[in-house]
Design a protein around this ligand. Structure first.
Ligand SMILES: Nc1nc2c(c(=O)[nH]1)N[C@H]1C(S)=C(S)[C@@H](COP(=O)(O)OP(=O)(O)OC[C@H]3O[C@@H](n4cnc5c(=O)[nH]c(N)nc54)[C@H](O)[C@@H]3O)O[C@H]1N2
Ligand SMILES: Nc1nc2c(c(=O)[nH]1)N[C@H]1C(S)=C(S)[C@@H](COP(=O)(O)OP(=O)(O)OC[C@H]3O[C@@H](n4cnc5c(=O)[nH]c(N)nc54)[C@H](O)[C@@H]3O)O[C@H]1N2
Ligand code: SF4
Ligand SMILES: [Mo]
Length: 877
């Protein structure tokens, strides 16, 4: 079969992918050399999409109360439940909670059903946790939620500032584009993050700011801009309001306060400010370290203020750049996925806009005010206000702050439907009705990336069993509710054409989002649609916004805002003295429903962990690789301790990914409170007050096995490998009968064990044979098992049974350590040895020697860190 051009399933970079199904049932995945987001590059996640497509754990049939059902019964029941709720309790008693991973067409019909026909604005999305503060910042400053620049600006900038963004791991292909520009034109990169991340390893300056210090930092920059005479007075005079107010607010912060709030010293501040002021071509990229804060909107405006004051907006190589997280975070904002907006950038509070939308849809009713934002929406589930809830394409029982409360709130709702592709998640287990959706590779539609580029996702696999497209499921329910005439779409192209036509309303209202040129598109043209950026320019002229003003405010001028740092940023307290920062790892995606299916991606980080500063670890008697219990007033988790000075003293960092399917107790959001930004409703996900203590275990085990393990120890975490599974376990005491225990945990029955026990060291090892082959090996000890996981997993994968029980290779097979390059399976020890020996002193030389970093390039920042750490020191002459 020839390759199908589609778009990556994961992040907001929106890379073009060519997917080619193979005769053996696999799918070959390559970067699309012609896609303007990636020009052929893909990161590790994109490269390994093929490993996530099996239907093993898929939701394949509609389910009602846990029993397999059919579409007619499921959608009839849903329509009845929603109608009853609306009749008895009004339209605001129902709610949809949707996702930036829906395609634009799915999102459009969900929004149309809720706002236009049910008549409530209670549709909110996980973008509330992700982009809401940027939306507020954009609207306050520009009068519209629009990113002014394009990816090409990253290649034309002289300075790139990354604020609260781990671009190397979270937008790897954009990161590679920046590194390429650095190499060819010497772009300077500055990274502002309380933590030293993979991004920090390849920059000119890393500012380890105090958590929450961003407003002060950028107010200080505004002051420095004025003091240096760097204000672009013409631009401000012609196009900007509020400059004086912004300045006088910024002036209120004294130097002492600035030093105190940012935790930086004067030299660092001076160097950053000088670089920013000297380089006219500066792009400030920001993401969740900015947005996910109780002052997230203010952080965004403090950044935009500096760009407006210097006129560095929408010009080549200049501008504030909010990078989007999910593949269609931007598309969702365009079609009005948030509860406080209408489609096409129209405003819910504006009666003229409402009338236009109601007319366009021929809608019986339109809500007159904003609906519930995510945190409030789940609180309304808990209080009983919401009687019927539909969750689509998101896993709030894991990803919402106060996740235990959110799970209980969902349970409390009379009727809950969940559309997902996976049968078992922490959220699907709370549903009355489960609706099997088609996933990436099976569905067709469009997504919009961070630079406003609309690309097609194209299906190349059949829908498995009963699975239906999300838009079809929504239209079926709408039809059963009596609105078939408004939801009679036959194809995603029908929906896209209607959506495109609707953007004419935006143009009529003097707004910027206008793709009405596509409203006459037929199925064939839609199928052939090439990646296209709005504003649509037939002459391919500049697609940036605001270089010459033209803001979407009532007077066409932008707003600088008077922003002040929060008065009480202190969140940690005596009972919970540590600040928990959360975020992402390189090779997992959110709640792992897809990335954990890939053995290659799972090799990078095998279990949930927590970064702790060595001084804190020492004070708390936390040993390397031991387990820690992290607690907050809302919950507790057990994680592996990773002792490192990459986090600041007093801070801990943990990834958000692990769920109850992959670890015993690691849902990070069970710890996080739901303190929100007052303007955006976006929760503070980067600063929870927690306590940490050693988890009192004195029995530890590591196992590899062919069949899925069913661990039951107080701590466990499992991951897929190429030949089966790996699992970590820990408990307060050794099992009485080790063999019986191992068999039940590892899903074995009458396999023959080969046992090795060392009474002196308390070590215990057993291998289990089936049909003459090792099917499971377990290593146990009364301290964390010191053993190369990579070695054991590789031995199991390659069938090298004789090495397995030894747990170490011979002299000819040194332990290569944790996998850094997943494409070529190269480990940290092997790389360190290579660098120490002087055989490689650059990323390119490592590539020549062992291929690491030469394919997807995701590991290149880690290679840089290894070179930095292990390069032979040359004695001073
Ligand atoms: N591998 C991978 N990539 C992804 C995703 C994924 O799950 N996995 N998810 C996608 C999605 S939806 C999103 S939204 C993006 C998120 O992309 P990013 O925003 O880059 O990712 P995060 O790791 O959430 O957070 C970024 C950084 O903010 C820092 N930070 C915390 N507090 C502060 C602060 O007060 N100030 C500053 N300046 N920084 C702070 C954290 O230490 C962290 O390194 O990633 C997208 N890409
Ligand atoms: N502590 C903390 N919490 C966070 C964050 C953080 O940085 N720290 N980040 C927040 C951010 S930015 C985000 S974006 C969220 C992400 O959080 P979630 O949206 O909850 O995470 P996902 O795992 O992406 O959930 C997507 C769900 O949709 C399913 N799915 C996949 N494809 C399809 C499809 O085509 N149709 C349907 N119907 N279902 C599908 C998947 O199986 C999965 O269950 O997490 C937020 N939570
Ligand atoms: S950067 Fe990686 S995850 Fe993001 S779209 Fe590109 S290939 Fe996919
Ligand atoms: Mo996100």
């Amino acid at each position: 079969m020839t390759g199908v051009r589609t778009t990556c399933a994961y992040c907001g970079v929106g890379c073009g992918v060519i997917a080619t199904p193979q005769a053996d049932g696999g799918v070959d995945i390559k970067g699309d050399p012609n896609h303007p987001a990636n020009y052929g590059r893909l990161c590790a996640k994109g490269t390994n999409l093929g490993e996530t497509l099996s239907t093993v754990d898929r939701l394949l049939h509609p389910m009602i109360n846990g029993v397999q059902s059919d579409w007619d019964s499921a959608t009839t029941l849903m329509a009845e439940k929603f109608q009853t709720s609306i009749r008895e309790h009004g339209p605001d008693s129902v709610a949809f909670y949707v996702s930036g991973q829906l395609l634009t067409e799915d999102y459009y019909v969900a929004n149309k059903l809720m706002k236009g026909f049910i008549g409530s604005a209670n549709i909110d999305t996980n973008s509330r946790l992700c982009m809401a503060s940027s939306v507020v910042g954009h609207k306050r400053a520009f009068g519209t939620d629009t990113v002014p620049g394009t990816y090409e600006d990253l290649e034309n900038a002289d300075l790139i500032v990354l604020v609260g963004s781990n671009l190397a791991w979270c937008h790897p292909v954009l990161h590679q584009r920046i590194l390429a520009a650095k190499e060819t034109r010497g772009t300077q990169i500055i990274n502002i993050d309380p933590r030293r991340t993979a991004t920090s390893d390849l920059v000119d300056m890393h500012l380890g700011i105090k958590s929450g210090g961003d407003v002060a930092l950028f107010n200080g920059l505004l002051n420095a801009i004025v003091d240096a005479g760097a204000v672009d007075q013409d631009y401000v005079d012609q196009h900007v309001n509020g400059c004086d107010a912004a300045l006088s607010a910024a002036r209120e912060t004294s130097l002492d306060q600035l030093l105190n709030l940012t935790g930086l010293n004067s030299d660092q501040l001076d160097a950053f400010y000088a670089a920013w002021i000297e380089n006219k071509r500066v792009v400030t990229i920001y993401s969740q370290g900015v947005n996910q804060a109780s002052d997230g909107s203010d952080k965004v405006n403090a950044i935009i203020n500096c760009h407006l004051a210097t006129g560095r907006v929408g010009r080549v190589g200049m501008g504030p750049f909010s990078v989007t997280g999910q593949p269609n975070a931007m598309g969702g904002r365009e079609v009005g996925g948030l509860s406080n907006m209408l489609a096409a950038h129209l405003d819910i509070e504006n009666p003229i806009h409402r009338e236009k939308v109601a007319d366009f849809w021929n809608a019986p009713t339109l809500p007159t005010q904003a609906g519930l934002k995510a945190v409030d929406l789940f609180d309304a589930c808990a209080s009983g206000q919401i009687k019927a809830l539909w969750i689509m394409c998101t896993n709030p029982a894991v990803s919402m702050p106060r996740a235990n409360d959110v799970a209980a709130a969902i349970k409390n709702v009379d009727f809950v439907a969940v559309s997902d592709i996976i049968a078992k998640t922490d959220t699907t287990k709370l549903a009355d009705v489960l609706l099997p959706a088609t996933g990436w590779g099976e569905k067709d539609g469009t997504v919009t990336n961070s630079e406003r580029r609309i690309s097609r996702q194209r299906g190349f696999l059949p829908a498995p069993m009963d699975a239906k497209h999300d838009w079809q499921i929504i239209c079926d329910v709408a039809t059963k509710m009596g609105w078939g005439h408004a939801f009679a779409f036959k194809t995603p192209s029908d929906i896209f054409a209607e959506w495109a036509a609707m953007t004419q309303l935006s143009r009529d209202a003097g707004k910027d989002l206008d793709i009405s040129a596509f409203s006459m598109m037929n199925d064939a043209e839609y199928d052939a649609l090439q990646p296209v950026q709005w504003p649509i320019k037939s002459d391919h002229s500049d697609t940036r916004f605001f270089a010459n003003g033209g803001f979407y405010t009532s007077d066409g001028r932008a707003n600088m805002l008077g922003i002040r740092p929060q008065s009480t940023p202190q969140i940690a307290n005596t009972k919970y003295p540590f600040t928990l920062n959360t975020g992402r790892v390189r090779d997992h995606w959110h709640t792992m429903t897809r990335s954990a299916k890939s053995p290659t991606l799972s090799a990078h980080m095998g279990e949930p962990y927590c970064e702790i500063h060595p001084i804190d670890a020492n004070a708390l008697h936390i040993k390397p690789a031991s387990l820690v219990c992290v607690e907050s007033p809302h919950g507790s988790v057990i994680l592996r301790a990773l002792i490192t000075d990459r986090v600041q003293q007093g801070q801990v960092f943990a990834p958000l990914h692990w769920t109850s399917l992959w670890a015993s107790k690691a849902r990070i959001d069970t710890l996080v409170p739901s303190l929100c930004d007052p303007y955006s409703g976006q929760p503070e996900l980067k600063r929870a007050a927690v306590n940490i203590r050693p988890f009192a275990a004195n029995w530890f085990a590591f196992a590899v096995c062919v069949d899925e393990p069913q661990p039951s120890t107080p701590y466990w975490a499992k991951a897929q490998t190429k030949s089966g599974w790996r699992v970590e376990m820990a408990a307060k005491g050794a099992p009485l009968d080790f063999i019986t225990f191992a068999k039940s945990e590892l899903g074995l029955s009458d396999e023959e064990p080969v046992v090795y026990e060392d009474k002196n060291t308390g070590q215990y090892r057993a291998a289990f044979m089936r049909d003459g082959r090792v099917v499971a090996t377990i290593f146990a000890a009364n301290e964390p098992v010191a053993l190369s996981r990579t070695f054991v997993v590789n031995a199991m994968n390659s069938g090298a049974d004789h090495n397995l029980l030894a747990g170490i290779g011979g002299a000819d097979q040194p332990d290569q350590g944790a996998i850094v390059c997943t494409c070529f399976n190269v480990g940290a020890n092997k790389l360190a040895t290579l660098v120490q020996s002087g055989k490689a002193s650059s990323i390119a030389q490592i590539g020549d020697a062992v291929l690491a970093g030469t394919n997807c390039g995701s590991c290149r920042p880690e290679l840089a860190a290894i070179i930095h750490r292990h390069a032979p020191k040359i004695a001073a002459e």
